[in-house]
Ligand binder design. Structure first.
Ligand SMILES: *[C@@H]1O[C@H](CO)[C@@H](O)[C@H](O)[C@H]1NC(C)=O
Ligand SMILES: [Mn+2]
Length: 355
């Protein structure tokens, strides 16, 4: 009968429309990811880290992320540009001439602070690709200006919490955390931090994982302020699951989370191409476990991946390091080794009626 066909076709249309609407609602704004490359290499003395953002893009970063969660909408903002002005050069000459490239460090991070806020206005989450870890300051500080109630998980072989007065190398990639904490701000009294990044990180909302090369003054600072850090000896003693549990217990459950991942947190077998490799680090599986667990909180809003240096080691070393970095990103942005996923987007039609 014509009218049954009519009803059937109306139903089909309605159901298609409903499905389309469901799809729209299940692809909410929270699936948008902004990416910025920061080819900054002046926080340390080895050339090459500035090549990592473009190398990751050439290594199919976008496809890897897209395959980890097909609902992700990726906006790549290219590589950050900055210009050094006379005020910063003057600050450097007068107060910070004993550390390397202060003016460049500050100019780059000022631009990054703006960029991160811009990305968070337009996207639910962001990824900053270094460059060396000096850019951790701007990435987290920009995040804090947008989201004052923030927790930070710093996954690294090093604590990166030197002051200009305690650093032996003068390399500023070993100092970014000291710019972020309320308690250490006074040590940067000529940097005008209250003006450029007024929101600080409370020391109880910082957790380190993976440390194994801590300078004496850094150890003093960590202990004096009671900063939580799970060095590799803790990983050995209690294992990664317990460390994740203690980390999540320590962080305010209402806060968003920033994950700053230095590739040198991973063992130098799986991440050889990095400037300050240290043996005895996290296995790739441990690294993946940590980011999977953080991701599962649904609170991660920003991430850094830094210190991949394509000019160090053999071609094979570089490939291994980039692949490890991509595995970490894949798990952070939704891939699950268990196969667990959101079934809504799966076309189950091909399974036939039995399933
Ligand atoms: C941040 O936390 C404070 C309490 O610690 C709370 O009063 C405030 O509403 C929070 N802000 C946001 C934006 O959630
Ligand atoms: Mn680091």
């Amino acid at each position: 009968m014509w009218w049954t066909r009519q009803i059937a076709s109306n139903c089909q249309r309605l159901s298609a429309q409903l499905q389309w609407q469901l799809r729209c609602f299940s692809t909410p704004a929270e699936q948008t990811l902004g990416i910025i490359g920061v080819p900054f290499a002046k926080g340390q003395s080895k050339q090459g880290v500035e090549l990592a953002p473009d190398l990751l893009r050439e290594s199919k970063l976008r496809d890897v992320l897209k395959n980890s969660d097909e609902r992700l909408v990726i906006r790549d903002y290219g590589n950050l540009q900055y210009a050094v002005d006379e005020t910063l050069l003057q600050q450097q000459r007068q107060h910070y001439h004993h550390i390397r490239n202060y003016a460049d460090f500050m100019a780059c991070n000022l631009a990054l602070i703006e960029q991160v806020q811009q990305m968070l206005k337009q996207n639910a989450q962001f990824l900053t690709i270094g460059g060396d870890h000096a850019i951790g300051f701007g990435s987290v500080a920009g995040h804090l200006q947008h989201t004052p109630n923030l927790s930070l998980v710093w996954i690294d072989a090093h604590a990166d919490i030197n002051l200009h007065s305690t650093s032996q190398s003068g390399n500023i990639h070993g100092m970014p955390v000291s710019f972020l904490l309320q308690q250490l701000r006074a040590t940067w009294q000529h940097a005008a931090l209250d003006k450029i990044a007024p929101n600080c990180l409370p020391k109880d909302q910082l957790v380190y994982i993976g440390l194994r090369d801590i300078d004496p003054y850094e150890a003093f600072i960590l202990n004096k302020f009671g900063i939580r850090y799970y060095a590799m000896d803790s990983v050995d003693r209690v294992g990664v699951p317990k460390i994740i549990e203690m980390t999540l217990d320590a962080l305010n459950p209402l806060n968003k989370i920033h994950v700053s991942f230095d590739i040198d947190a991973l063992d130098s077998h799986v991440a050889p191409s990095t400037g300050t490799a240290v043996r005895g680090g996290l296995t790739l599986r441990e690294g993946i476990s940590i980011v999977e667990a953080l991701r599962d909180t649904k609170r991660v809003q920003g991430m850094d991946l830094v210190e991949i240096n394509p000019k160090l080691g053999s071609e094979h070393d570089v490939r291994t390091t980039v692949d490890s970095g991509l595995e970490i990103l894949k798990s952070m942005f939704g891939y699950r080794r268990s196969g667990a996923r959101d079934w809504n987007n799966l076309d189950t039609g091909i399974l036939g009626r039995e399933l």
